[in-house]
Design a protein around this ligand. Structure first.
Ligand SMILES: Cc1cc2nc3c(=O)[nH]c(=O)nc-3n(C[C@H](O)[C@H](O)[C@H](O)COP(=O)(O)OP(=O)(O)OC[C@H]3O[C@@H](n4cnc5c(N)ncnc54)[C@H](O)[C@@H]3O)c2cc1C
Length: 386
């Protein structure tokens, strides 16, 4: 089996297969250093943390990850706590950086001596409707062709896998939002114990953390904005303005050690299977990060794919593999729905006052109605529980 991409999806699939004794090779375009430093998602759903445990990769996550039992919705300069665990059968979320999940999985793989090749770009996938597909790789020592029985496309939205599905069979559903997120990682102790999702008339803000000494903060910005328009002072001023309440002090500031602007998109690619190619994670779908579902959804695909591959390769039972695309897409569309709900509720419109009125009504309902906050909590903590 060839796995393209050493992101969370590819590495977790490799680790689960390895434990079942199913031989697999992971091919990664970038270097080890690059993927271990790539700061992205940080909220892990309850059931996905359990999956990481099941793969034998949860030891450091349990030790160093932060368990959170609530999140805050902040609007009109007022905080509203959503008691996640209380509303979601006692389950917490785990705050632990995606790059740490990646590091743990790389360490395990290297420690076990399993095949993992960095600086190896898959440039073509062939023979997908035969019993023996192959991938063409541009490796450090030159081009290589690798034959296998299945190809797992875990190479993100800009990879080669989804492009290997013939255009006439592929359906791509896409939505681009009229805002982006400017994210910073700062060496500052979190000023709050729980994540804060904030709607302010200037735009969205999110206060999150990665450890007791590292905070990760985001600002909703215009899609055409560039980093050189956002000095450190402007970033901190705007975060303080948006996150201010009448009760809380200013947020903790520290050196900004990482920054970037990410476009907000929703994408779903159907089907997630073509012959011997199985797509998982961002290769098949992108969600706007407001619902904290990107990495969770990628790993949820892996859970389904792993079970289906074990059935097929160990017992010759191909039913789950046949159903793979349909099974995953049901969850994918639910995650898209939740991510869209959170995104539309929290990003004010600069032109449409009617839209702003709807957003405020939704926020008040999410904060004040037990039924609405329960749906939000259950979706946020464990999408499988609804
Ligand atoms: C800038 C950014 C910030 C984000 N922030 C958040 C967030 O705050 N919260 C959230 O929930 N989600 C966030 N996400 C989304 C989340 O990080 C992804 O959903 C998650 O990384 C998906 O994991 P994956 O394994 O499917 O794909 P990826 O992590 O993208 O891994 C794919 C891997 O494949 C490799 N690859 C690509 N092409 C090839 C090739 N041809 N050959 C070999 N290897 C290849 C890539 O180098 C990469 O390592 C963010 C995404 C981005 C881009």
């Amino acid at each position: 089996m060839v796995i393209i991409g050493a992101g969370p999806a590819g590495l977790l699939l490799g680790q689960l297969l390895e434990r079942e004794g199913i031989e697999n090779i992971v091919l990664e375009h970038r270097s080890r250093e690059y993927i271990e430093k790539r700061v992205r998602a940080g909220v892990i759903e309850y059931g996905i943390a359990e999956l990481i445990d099941e793969a034998g990769a949860g030891e450091r996550m349990r030790r160093e990850g932060l368990q959170h039992h609530g999140v805050e919705l902040r609007f009109d300069r007022t905080s509203h706590r959503i008691p996640l665990s209380e509303l979601a059968d006692g389950k917490p979320i785990t705050v632990y950086g995606q790059q740490e999940v990646v590091k743990d999985l790389v360490d395990l793989r290297q420690g076990a001596g399993a095949s993992l090749f960095f600086d190896s770009e898959v440039v073509a996938i062939e023979g997908l409707t035969t019993d023996s597909p192959s991938v063409q790789v541009e490796a450090v020592d030159g081009p290589v062709r690798i034959s296998c029985d299945y190809v797992a496309g875990c190479d993100g939205s800009f990879g080669v896998s989804n492009k290997a599905i013939p255009k006439e069979l592929l359906r791509r559903h896409e939505r681009t939002y009229p805002f982006s997120w400017l994210g910073i990682l700062t060496e500052a102790a979190p000023a709050t114990e729980e994540l804060i999702y904030c709607r302010h008339e200037n735009g969205f803000a999110l206060y999150s953390m990665r450890s007791p000494t590292l905070s990760r903060l985001y600002l909703g910005v215009r899609p055409e904005d560039t980093l050189d328009q956002w000095s450190d002072d402007r970033i901190w001023d705007e975060l303080n303005t948006r996150l201010a309440t009448d009760q809380t002090p200013e947020i903790n500031q520290g050196p900004i050690i990482e920054r970037g602007i990410t476009a907000m998109r929703s994408i779903v690619v159907e089907p997630m299977r073509y012959g011997r190619l199985l797509l998982a994670g961002d290769a098949a779908h992108i969600v706007p990060p407001t619902g904290a579902k990107g990495m969770n959804l990628a790993l949820a695909d892996v859970r389904v794919l792993f079970g289906a591959l074990v059935d097929q390769l160990k017992s010759g039972d191909g039913r789950a593999l046949e159903a793979y695309s349909a099974t995953c897409l049901e969850r994918v569309w639910r995650a898209e729905e939740f991510s869209t709900y959170m995104t539309q509720m929290l990003h004010p419109s600069y032109q449409d006052e009617f839209e702003n009125g709807i957003q405020m009504a939704r926020l008040r309902q999410a904060a004040n109605s037990k039924e609405a906050s329960t749906v939000l909590a259950r979706n946020y903590v464990d999408l499988n529980s609804l």
